[in-house]
Design a protein around this ligand. Structure first.
Ligand code: TXA
Ligand code: MG
Length: 552
């Protein structure tokens, strides 16, 4: 079959095409349409044969019911006659939008739509193209996600084309889906209403309108195929990419530490939050949004899973957001894709990143933290150790810079320094290589501390952010001081001239950098005593906050 692809961004500019799509649907054909969640494979919900085509094209199991799409609330009575009062409240608040509600089914909706259930799932999408097409078809449209069964839902026309080209007559390209995960499914045929699938409308959104809801257990654990579950779709291992997936849960820094410890290799795929990519080498890394940018994560997830398939990775390691808000939907899809292969951090080790310019008083603060029970990991010291002992790092450095080893077969750091002096590209290569090795060693130590039951570790790193070490930290502390104070301390400590000390500091970021990037900032006013007192207070505050946040 020849598949036509038509691009429609604004339905008002394409009335003819919309009309033609509506006509095709009336004639019993299936058409792929954009919605704000994912693309749908639509057919006339009142036409048994058209509905059967959906199942055939997708290869969808017959016992997995479809969602019926309407273009406005007033059309709901054509699908169900039992509309609870709170359904109207939900519809008024969230329709058109990514909320599907399950009602008792009217007999005019063929039982095939609902896979034999006496209920029917209904949704009113907000995508203008979807609404225009429903209106043009003049019937409710049954539409599952427009992917082949078992593939991630499509969030762009390209995804639909990849799965369904040649199998259906028409694909409407309405751009990339803004939500990116399928709609929230809420069963209203029971009380309290039951959340069957998390999506763009969050549990908090729902409870703010109707009070109590229940959350189906299938959201958090594997449901066996034999099990009868409230939403039949939940039992299928949807969204699964070809490669096995391991999911890392917990706070972002903790999940990253566990993931990194698995040492993903060439041929593996890594799905992580923005900014973590420099910590990985050789593997196929996809970032899918900032650690707290749940909307971006939702919008990017399925595309990422498809890209892993295309790349043919062997194993996927994925960093997972928490089970709340719209992140619940992201976490749910990821966990299902992994068949619930989940790793949680084994303990609540607190990792503090400590940074600041030369002479800022960083070491003083580190020793105060140490006296209070923290374990200090000194990034510079680890670098020096690796220059002696890491065969892999030496090999990679020699590959890039030629023979930079001394007579003891250790990295000649002085020679390296001259090679990168005033050569920005070389310096950035050097940092890229060494930072990664240093971070892996730091991470190994953190994992060790975690299993030994330590409560707090401090990464003392002048280049904390430059080395992406902040991503391994639950919290970052920057030490700032006045420039003359820092210059003085550096020249006394390192026995260099005023000009040399001044130049070294000029090559480092200014105080504003630390104020902007660190969670907390400690100002060194020049008095060692004051700095120690402030550092003690800060440490107590950090650990106290930690205890409180553990309780809540
Ligand atoms: O965002 C969405 O909902 C997208 C777009 C196209 O609207 N559609 C979608 O459809 O995700 P599908 O078929 O991939 O997922 C439908 C989900 C399944 O989990 C199914 O089990 C559940 O809705 N469902 C459908 N009818 C149901 C019913 N009567 N009772 C309980 N669950 C139902
Ligand atoms: Mg689907």
């Amino acid at each position: 079959m020849q598949t036509e692809v038509i691009t429609i961004r604004n339905p008002e500019e394409h009335t003819e095409e919309i009309k033609a799509a509506g006509q095709l649907l009336q004639n019993g054909e299936v058409v792929a349409i954009p919605t704000e969640t994912v693309y749908g494979l639509a057919a006339n919900a009142l036409d048994r044969e058209a509905v059967a085509k959906i199942f055939a094209v997708k290869g969808r199991p017959q016992d997995n019911p479809l969602i019926v799409h309407i273009s406005e609330l007033s059309e709901l009575s054509a699908v169900t006659s039992e509309i609870p009062e709170y359904a109207v409240r939900l519809a008024l608040k969230f329709w058109p939008g990514p909320l599907t509600m399950v009602f008792k089914r009217l007999a005019r909706i063929p039982s095939e739509v609902s896979a034999g259930l006496d209920t029917v799932a209904v949704r009113c999408p907000s995508h203008p193209v979807a609404r225009a097409i429903i209106k043009a078809a003049k019937v409710p449209l049954a539409a599952p996600s427009a992917n082949l069964s078992g593939k991630p839902s499509p969030t762009s026309a390209e995804h639909v084309i990849a799965d369904l080209e040649g199998k259906i007559p028409l694909i409407i390209d309405g751009g990339t889906c803004s939500v990116g995960v399928e709609s929230t499914v809420l069963d209203l045929t029971c009380y309290p209403p039951r959340l069957l699938r998390p999506g763009g409308i969050t549990p908090q959104d729902l409870t703010s309108v109707i009070g109590k809801i229940e959350i189906d257990e299938s959201l958090f654990q594997e449901i066996s195929v034999q099990n009868k579950v409230s939403s039949p779709g939940m039992k299928y291992k949807h969204y699964a990419p070809k490669a096995p997936v391991k999911v890392f849960c917990g706070p972002p820094a903790a999940s990253l530490r566990q993931l990194l410890f698995c040492q993903p290799k060439k041929g593996d795929g890594v799905l992580c939050f923005d900014g973590c990519e420099p910590l990985f080498n050789d593997c196929y890394v996809i970032t899918y949004g900032g650690a707290k940018d749940y909307k971006k994560q939702a919008a990017s997830l399925f595309d990422a899973l498809r890209r892993f398939d295309e790349e043919g990775v062997r194993q996927i390691y994925a960093q997972c957001p928490p089970d709340n808000g719209i992140a619940l939907a992201v976490a749910n899809r990821l966990k299902k894709a992994s068949g619930f292969d989940l790793t949680y951090p084994p303990s609540d080790l607190m990792v503090i990143g400590l940074t600041g310019r030369s002479g800022s008083g960083k070491s003083t603060v580190a020793s105060v933290f140490e006296k209070n029970g923290a374990v200090i990991i000194d990034a510079d010291q680890i670098y020096r150790i690796l220059c002696k002992s890491s065969m892999d790092m030496k090999r990679e450095l020699c590959k890039r810079f030629g023979d930079i080893l001394d007579e003891n077969c250790e990295v000649n750091r002085r020679k390296l320094a001259t090679l990168v002096y005033k050569d920005e590209a070389a310096l950035s290569d050097l940092n890229r290589i060494t930072h990664r090795y240093v971070m892996h060693e730091i991470n190994n130590r953190l994992i060790g501390l975690q299993s030994s039951g330590a409560k707090c570790a401090v990464i003392d790193a002048p280049l904390l952010f430059e080395a992406s070490a902040d991503k391994l930290c639950d919290l970052t502390v920057g030490i700032i001081a006045s420039k003359p104070d820092m210059v003085n301390r550096v020249l006394l400590r390192d026995g260099i001239t005023y000009d040399e000390a001044s130049m070294r500091l000029n090559n480092q970021p200014d105080n504003l950098f630390y104020v902007k990037n660190c969670n907390m900032v400690l100002e060194n006013n020049g008095s060692l005593k004051d700095l120690s007192i402030d550092a003690t207070g800060l440490f107590e505050k950090i650990m106290q906050t930690r205890i409180n946040s553990d309780v809540t």
